[in-house]
Design a protein around this ligand. Structure first.
Ligand SMILES: Cc1ncc(COP(=O)(O)O)c(C=O)c1O
Length: 458
């Protein structure tokens, strides 16, 4: 098909805008920047402009863009055996599985592979419901302030505005949401530690009152919905509550896995062993679509005698397996993960300093290489600049204005839904780059400070 004269006259960006969807936005507001090259921390656009990527696209290219070791592994595997279906084994699948056994919590003994985080969570839902089918335990509890993906079950698992909007296309049944460990805006109006971590105790209440719960799914640290780090008692107590109630605990580590929080997996920060763990993004250093749902021994044993309800054409794709092996080697090399933890302490301190100087910064949260600034119009009242309804209506959010300003100065950060700027660089970031990002952020916060209420200083 030849391009129409109208198409030929368009820039590449206009052409894409007219012919492709971007997603999770009112599409009219999409103005794609055409990227042509990636290298380590850097992205380059078609105009030759260079950006340091402090988003990791988002929280996926944990080892930087075009990681050479992973690229070479994919190329070598493509030359040898590019693809074979999931019913066959491959030598790279054997090797990747052995490497996984070294890094995932040791109670997770059997793995299913897919292509995206949404699929990994979709798979977890199907497994839980099959596992508990005889008892009729179909319900899954997740939290309001969460993101678990875009497919049918994963959207419903999601707690925030992205679920609200999609429910108009038909809600996926049997998912129940509970309040979050969001201390800055405690849903119970309490203060830590006097609260006795009421948010985690609420799981016990919800499980008992719902009656037919099969599993609880949480992001160990809430990711795109605001980088909410729970109090230290939270996850260990959630593990106890789920065990006491004979309910499975699923850790959604799509974003928090692979060193992002300064440990291999988010749960490792608290020594918690979930019954299932889902992950994607950093599993291949974000260089190939790959995801995993890992299960404990009891679930694995159950499916020895019962029909396993899912499989995909591209599950355990050999190129993904090769990418996964190379990614693990890269994480292990140069102790990138402990380094992320150390640099995270520095980043957190510097962000707190920024908060003390910028009246629009309401809260700073994070750990490892995953941090967020929550921007507010009024620090005393915590009034936000924008609401979920503004986001769904396609309004340009304050966080987007600040991120655009940063982009114009060569730093790319991403924006959470709806008031968070998220700083989530590849783990290979160096101190000089980190300082440059902080300098640019310092300048760009003038945009939100300018619209913040001067009376709102706390
Ligand atoms: C915690 C979490 N779960 C699930 C997903 C969905 O993953 P994917 O976009 O690969 O489908 C994401 C994506 O950002 C995520 O952050």
């Amino acid at each position: 098909m030849t391009a129409s004269p109208q198409d030929a006259a368009k820039s590449d960006s206009e052409f894409l805008k007219a012919t492709n969807y971007s997603g999770f936005r009112v599409e009219g507001g999409w103005k794609p920047i055409i990227m042509v090259r990636g290298d380590g921390m850097q992205l380059e656009d078609e105009q030759g402009r260079k950006y340091l990527d402090f988003s990791s696209q988002p929280s996926a290219v944990n080892l930087g863009h075009n990681n050479k070791h992973i690229m070479n592994a994919i190329k070598a595997q493509a030359d040898k055996l590019a693809y074979v279906g999931v019913g066959f084994g491959t030598d790279v699948r054997v090797e990747f599985t052995k490497r996984l056994q070294q890094v995932v919590p040791e109670n997770l003994v059997k793995f299913n592979f897919g292509n995206s985080g949404s699929e990994a969570n979709e798979a977890a839902v199907k497994m839980v419901r099959t596992y508990f089918a005889r008892e009729g335990r179909t319900k899954i509890i997740t939290r309001y302030n969460s993101y678990h993906g875009w497919t049918a079950a994963a959207t419903q698992l999601t707690g925030g505005p992205r679920r609200m909007a999609t429910e108009t296309t038909g809600a996926f049944p049997g998912i129940v949401h509970v309040p979050d460990p969001y201390c800055y805006r405690c849903p119970f109006g309490l203060k830590y530690p006097e609260c006795n971590v009421a948010c985690v105790e609420f799981f016990d209440y919800a499980i008992k009152n719902e009656g037919n719960v099969g599993a609880v799914m949480v992001e160990p640290v809430t990711g795109a919905s605001g980088v909410v780090v729970p109090p230290k008692e939270y996850l260990p107590r959630l593990r106890e509550i789920t065990e006491e109630n004979d309910v499975l605990l699923i850790a959604d580590e799509v974003l928090t896995g692979w060193g992002r929080t300064g440990e291999w997996f988010g749960v490792d920060n608290w020594g918690v062993k979930p019954d299932m763990l889902t992950t994607a993004k950093g599993i291949s250093g974000g260089q190939f679509p790959l995801a995993m749902t890992a299960t404990n021994g009891a679930i694995a044993e159950f499916f020895e005698k019962n029909w396993f309800p899912l499989s995909g054409t591209f599950s355990a794709h050999p190129l993904g397996m090769a990418a996964g092996i190379a990614a693990i080697e890269e994480y292990q090399k140069d102790d990138l993960i402990p380094r992320a933890k150390e640099m995270g302490t520095y980043l957190g301190k510097r962000l707190e300093e920024l908060k003390s100087r910028h009246r629009s910064v309401g809260d700073v949260r994070g750990l490892g290489m995953l941090w967020a600034l929550e921007l507010v119009k009024n620090r005393k009242t915590k009034e936000p600049f924008d609401t979920p309804q503004d986001y769904l209506a396609g309004k340009t959010l304050m966080v987007s204005k600040v991120a655009s300003k940063m982009m114009s100065m060569g730093i790319f950060v991403y924006t959470g839904v709806v008031s968070h700027l998220i700083i989530s660089p590849p783990l290979i970031v160096n101190m000089e780059q980190l300082d440059r990002c902080l300098g640019v952020l310092d300048q760009a916060l003038a945009v939100s400070d300018g619209e913040a209420d001067p009376e709102g200083q706390s």
